[in-house]
Design a protein around this ligand. Sequence first.
Ligand code: ADP
Ligand code: MG
Length: 520
Amino acid sequence: MADNKAWINALTAGTAVVAVATVVCVWQRMQGSTQTTRTTRHQALGLLHEFQHAAATPLYVLRQISEHMAVEMRAGLMTEGKSSLLMLPTFVENLPDGNETGLFYALDLGGTNFRVLRCLLGGREGRVLKQEYEEVPIPKILMFGTSEELFDFIAKKLVDFVNREGDEYKPRGGRQQTVRELGLTFSFPVKQTSVRSGVLIQWSKGFLVADGVGADVVALLQRAINRQHGPKIEVVVLVNDTVGTLAGGRYWNEDAMVGMILGTGTNACYVERDLPAHANSSTGEMVINMEWAGFWSSHLPRTYADEQLDSESVNPGQAGFEKMIGGMYLGEIVRRVLFKMAGEAALFGDEIPHKLKEPFVLMTSEMSKMHADESSDLRVVGTILRDVFGIQKTELPTRRIVHDVCDTVTLRSARLAAAGIVGIFKKIGGDSWDSPHLSGTSKAVHHHSRVTSTGVGAGKTMVAMDGGLFEHYIQYRIYMQAAVSELLSEAAASRLVIQLAKDGSGIGASILAACHSKYR
Ligand code: ADP
Ligand code: MG
């Protein structure tokens, strides 16, 4: 019995010793892990600050970039190949003024979807009496086929759409319209040879169509339409999405001078009055497609994430501006920064989450949701990290770092876009209205002393803007507007109006078809 007791005592003591040892061990491990977490978080914060520093856009840098934009614009206008901006003449010399009438069609191709659209214009009073559109996804397989297969598919959908035209679109008085005139918005790089013809320079945005480069895209579409043996449809104008957006903006507001896209990609066009000799224009002005995706300046704040993204892209060394700005890339830049933090500072634990290694897995729309998260525990950030990267659990300080990475990438994009806009604004003399002594050689242009039809006028310059990035990303717009205000005097900033012209490119192309109609 005593033996037993002694044995039990010994056992209990032993258990106690083991238990104490275990507790000490767990405690030590906890201490260790807290310490590691702390050091790794400290390292992650260091990486964040390094990235913020490399991506910074202080005012003096933005000034240099906007100056450089204007310089590159001049160089691109004067000599081919001497600028990172192509500055392509569009041959669009007449923009809508609101008096257009009749039924017109448009076809908008340049992304994963294409859209067909019809609208009935009723002149200054009636404006857009009626419009209808249809969006059709492009089957993936056609992005890797031949141009004939692609255009046959598009033409077939267009003809089906025209065949469904309701009686309400018929011209009054019963006169049958025999030819439907169409504006083609084609958002791939094209060298235009006239307002209704242009040669494809290259496919982009994931299209790997075997042929078509060097061909006239209007002829490609027109031949495909004719092969359908359907109603008579004639392509009368070819534009890209920026020009369509500008036309759509100008239709409602005569102050619209710039058309811009901030969506998957980015680009801008504007009305130029200081034209080089080779761009002969009967009106003395012409819309110039800048193709600013390719803008380059040594002042651009480029980081390791940009360099990696570029070198692993399908078009290394190209579209450098777009790769820092466009919606296609912002999420991917964030992913690359987080990947580095995961690898070098164990931001998400000892292992790098598998999904974090996958390029383009973080969409910019998800990134903007994380950025917009205002909850005290950054719940949305936690959820998106789990859903997108499979990271089950994250602590608040980690979420904060992720949030700040999103903020940094968006802030830079918005400020660079703003510097670009201000560059254009300066090039067309918009900033020099109230301070002619500052205008230098640039001419103060357009209707600066005219009161517009909407009555606001008095020298406003409107940027007609389209694209999902601008439309949906609220903080993006706030950052962009703030940078415009920093870059310009108060008076000049108040005259530069950036306005959403939603889906302007489609309707703009149909209105441009009216301006360039052959039959009216
Ligand atoms: P596209 O530029 O291809 O013609 P859109 O103008 O609709 O198409 O822009 C789509 C792009 O807008 C997406 O690729 C994405 O980058 C961005 N985007 C869409 N929704 C959001 C959102 N909620 N927040 C931020 N960006 C968004
Ligand atoms: Mg678009």
